[in-house]
Design a protein around this ligand. Structure first.
Ligand code: PRX
Length: 667
């Protein structure tokens, strides 16, 4: 990764963004319109929290954990960092995430409050109270037990956005079985890899899901993943009836959800989980190798999802909150399921996405369900902007009071449009920076306390120590680009990579080596800090690309291409894309006996879709006779990134083995 070491990681698009944001001087003061009974009422309280977290982090987190979570047994210590980077939070304590998300609200008289409002893509609506959710979770937990699932066994979910996805996650947590949710847009091959890596015992899926006027055949994909005994750990498949598609059933392995679960008892005591017992594994892409299983554990994750949700969104008693993510991603875990339910809020779930046949779908939902807090991705905002304000202007969006964004850098123009057109100038915009690995938001404005600047995620949350450093781990000057790092452990941090603690240590904690020998967490992003201490995230500086807020490793796509018989070598880079943030460009060399053709180009694109999923489909494939390499044989991606972006190749090319390759690629 030469481009990192030379600090040469910014494309001209990113440098242009720095220029724009440097000129971005608009500031929006916190508005008292935000929440009537705010948790963090203003700047003074916020600064006090920051100061007390800094002065005595253990006391800060310890008090928060006691105040915000229910404990079957209180913890003995707050943080054990004696074996970095392997943290233990709240050691000695026992709790259960579902007790915090369900039982305690019912005991507090909120059993009849709506926990989930769900709308399917065809327009069907379900409302589920906390008591009903509790019953469904207990029944499902009992069914999983009957299928032989015990504490510690991994259960995989490959589901559409239906309430049963949240119910399944909670049912697993109830009995101490870690879940591993695989996004329903991944292919059967990608599913198979994740099932095998995690050694899943049960897969929960559906006969299909509705998405963009189409039906996704989830069960077929599960059948292909399991065919020929290729996932020997999987014993049973539980199938939710959603689309009424004709599906095949393997007797003794496959069960209908409604047949198995409806008859079960709604009594299932919450397992007393140690703080550090696994809650879930979620796969995410990195710059090397196959996707890694990010491990999150019980108490620390629960606390972080709970606190961040409360601090940032501060959902009031009668409000409805909507996060448009899919539960297959971390945003869905923390901010559709665990954060909102732990706080006893009403969380809205939508099965679909806006589609050409209904471009106003989101605004219609906001109007119909009187959504108060709306959380989505910049890529969606840019798409809405492109289709013009005429569409949202047809709807009553006056219920909105707070708008959030996540997943990729938001350009100031889209930020302002979001605030002015969707928020009608009244709603603060919170740009929240975080990752699968961080468990919850790390950098974000607190609406009642922090002024916002379009395009900046603003300031780290209380207790979070962020810095911008160079390759030696030293802080850089104000306004200089560098690596975004986190210098102190936090409760929601990932604990390890499933089955590969070495990879965890090397990827995140040993990439940058400060001279003082301290462990600092490298997030993989580049950023800069301005005069006011505000953070401006510039995007990934490793070989990870972000397409429409979806994170993909270039190496995964390269492996998919090379697995095709015609391909000899492949190099994949991201290219700046106005709507999607980045798009995928692949440079491919063919086996000697194969010919370049338009037909082959389409075949290779489809091959990537088959291997990974539609989100990884290359926008462009460029055939070439050779790839630019250093003398030691490393592909010079920096050059390819410039070529893909249509830029002049700048910087040092002296290490290039064969200069002719560059000329050929240019032409
Ligand atoms: O590059 C950053 C970008 O998304 C990456 C994390 O991706 P993932 O683990 O899939 O989680 C996405 C949802 C939390 C980060 O390394 N990213 C996320 N939020 C922002 C962002 N980039 C800029 N601004 C953000 N607000």
């Amino acid at each position: 990764m030469n481009h990192i070491d030379t600090f040469d990681f910014m494309s001209s698009e990113q440098s242009a963004r720095i220029e724009t944001v440097l000129q971005e001087e608009r500031i929006f003061k916190p508005s008292q319109f935000v929440a009537k009974e705010a948790t963090i009422t203003g700047l003074d309280q916020y600064q006090q929290m920051i100061a007390s977290a800094k002065a005595d982090p253990d006391s800060f987190w310890g008090k928060a954990a006691l105040a915000e979570l229910h404990w079957f047994k209180p913890f003995d210590s707050v943080l054990d960092w004696s074996n970095p980077p392997f943290a233990k939070w709240f050691d000695g304590g026992t709790t259960n995430v579902t007790y915090n998300c369900l039982d305690r609200h019912i005991l507090n008289g909120k059993g009849e409050k709506t926990a989930i409002i769900w709308e399917g893509e065809p327009g069907d609506v379900r409302r589920i109270t906390y008591k009903q959710l509790f019953d469904e979770v207990c029944k499902t937990a009992n069914a999983l037990k009957d299928l032989g699932i015990k504490k510690g066994d991994l259960v995989a979910l490959y589901m559409p956005m239906v309430p049963e996805a949240a119910i399944s996650m909670l049912a697993c947590a109830r009995i101490g079985a870690p879940h591993s949710v695989v996004f329903g847009g991944f292919s059967s091959e990608a599913l198979r890899d994740r099932l095998n890596d995690g050694q899943a015992k049960v897969v929960i899926t559906a006969d299909g899901g509705f998405r963009k006027d189409k039906i996704i055949s989830l069960k077929d994909a599960v059948d292909s993943a399991l065919a020929n005994k290729s996932c020997p750990s999987v014993e049973s498949v539980l199938v939710v009836k959603r689309t009424n598609e004709n599906i095949s059933f393997v007797p003794g392995r496959d069960y209908w959800w409604h047949e198995l679960i409806n008859s079960k008892s709604n009594k299932c005591e919450a397992e007393h989980m140690e703080s550090e017992d696994r809650l879930f594994v979620l796969y995410t892409s990195g710059s090397t190798g196959k996707p890694k299983g990010v491990v999150h554990t019980t108490a620390g994750y629960n606390l972080w999802a709970h606190l961040t949700f409360k601090w940032i969104f501060d959902v009031q008693e009668n409000e409805v909150y909507w996060c448009t993510a899919d539960v297959g991603w971390i945003t869905g875990h923390s901010y559709i399921v665990y954060g909102p339910l732990s706080n006893g809020s009403t969380t809205f779930m939508y099965e679909g996405v806006p589609r050409p046949s209904n471009p106003g779908a989101f605004w219609e939902i906001i109007q119909k369900h009187k959504i108060n807090i709306f959380y989505t991705a910049p890529t969606a905002i840019r798409a809405f902007m492109k289709s013009g304000r005429g569409i949202p202007d047809q709807y009553d969006l006056s219920s909105l009071r707070l708008l959030g964004t996540v997943g990729e850098p938001i350009n100031p123009e889209a930020w302002i449009w979001y605030r002015e057109v969707i928020g009608q100038g009244n709603c603060p915009v919170v740009d929240t920076w975080w990752q699968t690995e961080t468990g919850g938001v790390m950098i974000s404005p607190i609406p009642n306390a922090v002024s916002t600047k379009p395009g900046s995620a603003t300031l780290p949350l209380p207790g979070i120590e962020v810095d911008i450093v160079n390759a030696a781990g030293e802080s850089v000057q104000t306004d200089q680009g560098g690596y975004l790092v986190i210098k102190r452990p936090w409760p929601g941090m990932m604990r390890t990579v499933h089955g590969n603690s070495k990879r965890f240590r090397e990827t995140y904690w040993e990439y940058l080596k400060p001279k003082n020998g301290k462990f600092i967490y490298f997030a993989g992003d580049g950023a800069r800090r301005d005069n006011d201490g505000y953070y401006w995230i510039m995007g990934r500086v490793d070989d990870v690309i972000n397409v429409s807020g979806h994170r993909l490793g270039t190496m995964e796509i390269e492996s998919a291409l090379v697995s095709h018989a015609s391909v000899a070598e492949a190099a994949v880079v991201g290219k700046p894309d106005e709507l999607r943030g980045e798009s995928i460009v692949a440079f491919v060399t063919l086996e000697a006996d194969k010919q370049f053709s338009d037909n082959l180009l389409e075949i290779l694109k489809s091959h990537v879709v088959k291997e990974i999923g539609a989100i990884a489909r290359p926008e462009e494939i460029r055939f070439t006779n050779a790839l630019p390499k250093t003398r030691s044989g490393k592909i010079m991606r920096r050059l390819l990134r410039s070529l893909a972006a249509g830029e002049d190749v700048k910087g040092d090319t002296s290490t290039l083995e064969d200069k002719n390759v560059l000329d050929e690629l240019r032409s």
